[in-house]
Structures are given as structure tokens and as C-alpha cells.
Design a protein around this ligand. Structure first.
Ligand SMILES: O=C(O)C(=O)C[C@H](O)[C@H](O)CO
Length: 318
């Protein structure tokens, strides 16, 4: 049994059906879509489970075909779905994603307002799984989905911190979910203050902290009690810094062809979280994050490029 098998992670968020355009161009011109799954925290759960970690996911799905498809997908990926409820009244959210041919970001349309997951709240705290939880992963998406889900996210972050479990936080900015930029910034910085490992992208870090450089962004969070900050620099790799004064840059991993950038940050989080939970050095965690992020952008679906443990090992030999 590999030594990572005993690790347990819990994450919480909205899982959505994902419809990926099969032709390039504006969404309104597309004739056919392929069905997949989405949800930043779900993507991270899938990635960690594929690496052999035990992962519990907290969510709510509608009693509809999207919800049943997502539930079956999670079960196939060996995710603990004991805390995924079925809501008899509200629907599962879904999103459309366009197809790009130039390596740029695709356009996204969300249909998630009033979804089952937006009704998650403190009553959904994962008590049954909590005793074996070692690490909690959170993103900045869930606190923007609804007030009740925001309360649950903060409750999980505070409880984990008080009990000495580690918390990772990926801001994953979704301005469309927030009433204002200031509300988004203040809430997410308050949440980051409960996190041990903060993983912003460079543009996100600039918006959230007002600092311009990766070093300035890292200093902002380290001064607020975070132990590790890794700033994603896209093709240029990632800048890492910790509260012990260790810092450096992990070089980017070149990719032959960018198919779809969505989910790359989640892949990065999978690499960092899995490596740090295995006790690997920070530089190695950043490198693994880069490697998985680079793999994800070469596939059309958010989860397609997330490697198994064996694929990760093969990738490391290249
Ligand atoms: O954009 C969101 O809110 C999602 O959770 C859907 C995608 O899976 C996510 O953007 C990938 O990080």
C-alpha cells in the first residue's frame, strides 16, 4: 500500500454538468455539445482520488439526469459521496463551454442560479467524515455561489484551523458571482486568512492584494498567517514562498498544443496538495503542480488530463 493511501481530504462546492461545444465559434452558432462534468472543487477531488488519496466531497445535486450523471461519475472516480445530497426541488446547475482553436480561454455560460448546490449551508457540515479528515480544500467560487454556502465554507475553514488540520485555498475568481469586486476581494481575503496554503494566479493575486509582483502577493498573505503561498504564473511556472523564508520559482512545463485552459488551476492544486500531504519539499510541490496543470490544458474536458499515479510517475521521467 503506498504511503499516501491514508491521507484524507474533504472539499465542498457546486458540481455542474458541462456541455463542451464540438465546433469552434460563438456558442449560439454551435450545433452539438459533448457532455462532461465541471466544478473546480470536484475537479480537485477527482485529481486527488486518481492519485490514490481518499477524498470526500460535500455537495447537493438536483433529482434530475444531470445530477444522476454527476453522482455516477463521482462514484466511478472513487470519491466518497456520503455527503452529496439529492435535493428534490432544485435543479443541478450546468454550464456551456465554447471551443477555441488559438489556445486562448474559451467563453463560458453558466446556468446555476438557484441550483441545488446554492442551497448548501452550515447544516451540510460533513460530520460523518470529519474525524478522518486531514486536509480541507476550498476555493473562492463556493463563497460566491450563495450566502448559505459561504457560511458552510467559513465554518469548515475555521473548524479545520482550530483543530490543527491543514487548509488549502485557491481564489478561483468568478466576478460574475459577486455583487461587487470589493465584496469578492474582502470575502476571499478573509477566507485566505484561515488557510495554510494559498494558491492564487498572478492576475488574481494582483486584484486581491493590490501588489504587483509574485513576491508582493506572497508577502501579503504570509503577513496574514498563511504558511505557504504559491503564485501561478501560467507558462512561466510558479513562484513559491513560505513563512520560514524559503522561496523560489518552479519553471513552467512547455506544452506542444494548448487545447483548453479551463481546469489547469485545479490540476495545479492537485499537484501541490498531494505533494505537500506526502511531505514533499515546497519546490517539488510547485513542480508537480506545474506538471499536472500543463497536462490538463492538453485535453478538452476539465478532468480529462488529471493523471493517475502511474501516469504522473511516467510524466516525471520525461
Ligand atoms: O467556473 C466554475 O465556477 C466552475 O467550477 C467550473 C469549472 O470546472 C472551473 O471553472 C474549473 O476551474
Amino acid at each position: 500500500m503506498p504511503d499516501h493511501a491514508g491521507l484524507d481530504v474533504v472539499t465542498v462546492g457546486e458540481a455542474m454538468a458541462l456541455l463542451i461545444a464540438q465546433q469552434a465559434g460563438a456558442l449560439e452558432t454551435v450545433q452539438s455539445f459533448a457532455r462532461a462534468t465541471a466544478g473546480a472543487e470536484l475537479n480537485v477531488a477527482v485529481g486527488l482520488a486518481r492519485l490514490g488519496l481518499r477524498v470526500a466531497y460535500v455537495s447537493r445535486l438536483g433529482d434530475d439526469s444531470f445530477g444522476r450523471h454527476l453522482r455516477a461519475f463521482m462514484a466511478r472516480e472513487a470519491i466518497d459521496i456520503g455527503h452529496v445530497a439529492t435535493d428534490p426541488l432544485q435543479p443541478t446547475g450546468f454550464m456551456l463551454k465554447s471551443r477555441v482553436t488559438d489556445g486562448g480561454d474559451p467563453s463560458i455560460e453558466y446556468y446555476r442560479r438557484g441550483s441545488a448546490a446554492s442551497h448548501l449551508g452550515p447544516q451540510d457540515f460533513p460530520f460523518a467524515a470529519w474525524h478522518r479528515v486531514r486536509h480541507v480544500h476550498l476555493t473562492g467560487i463556493s463563497p460566491g455561489v450563495s450566502e448559505s454556502l459561504r457560511e458552510l465554507v467559513f465554518l469548515m475553514a475555521r473548524t479545520a484551523r482550530q483543530e490543527g488540520r491543514t487548509v488549502s485555498f485557491d481564489p478561483n475568481l468568478r466576478p460574475r458571482l459577486w455583487p461587487s469586486e470589493a465584496a469578492m476581494r474582502d470575502t476571499l481575503n478573509a477566507l485566505a486568512a484561515h488557510a495554510d496554503w494559498v494558491l492564487p494566479g498572478l492576475a488574481e493575486g494582483r486584484l486581491l492584494t493590490g501588489a504587483d509582483s509574485p513576491e508582493g502577493i506572497a508577502d501579503f498573505y504570509l503577513a496574514r498567517g498563511t504558511r505557504v503561498v504559491i503564485v501561478k504564473l501560467g507558462p512561466a511556472g510558479a513562484y513559491y514562498a513560505d513563512s520560514q523564508g524559503q522561496c523560489g520559482t518552479a519553471a513552467g512545463v512547455p506544452v506542444p498544443c494548448v487545447v483548453d485552459t479551463v481546469g489547469a488551476g485545479d490540476g495545479f492544486a492537485v499537484g501541490v496538495i498531494s505533494a505537500l500531504l506526502e511531505g514533499r519539499p515546497l519546490a517539488e510541490a510547485a513542480r508537480r503542480g506545474n506538471r499536472i496543470g500543463a497536462r490538463v490544458v492538453q485535453f478538452p474536458g476539465d478532468c480529462d488530463g488529471l493523471p493517475t499515479r502511474q501516469e504522473l510517475q511516467l510524466e516525471a521521467l520525461r
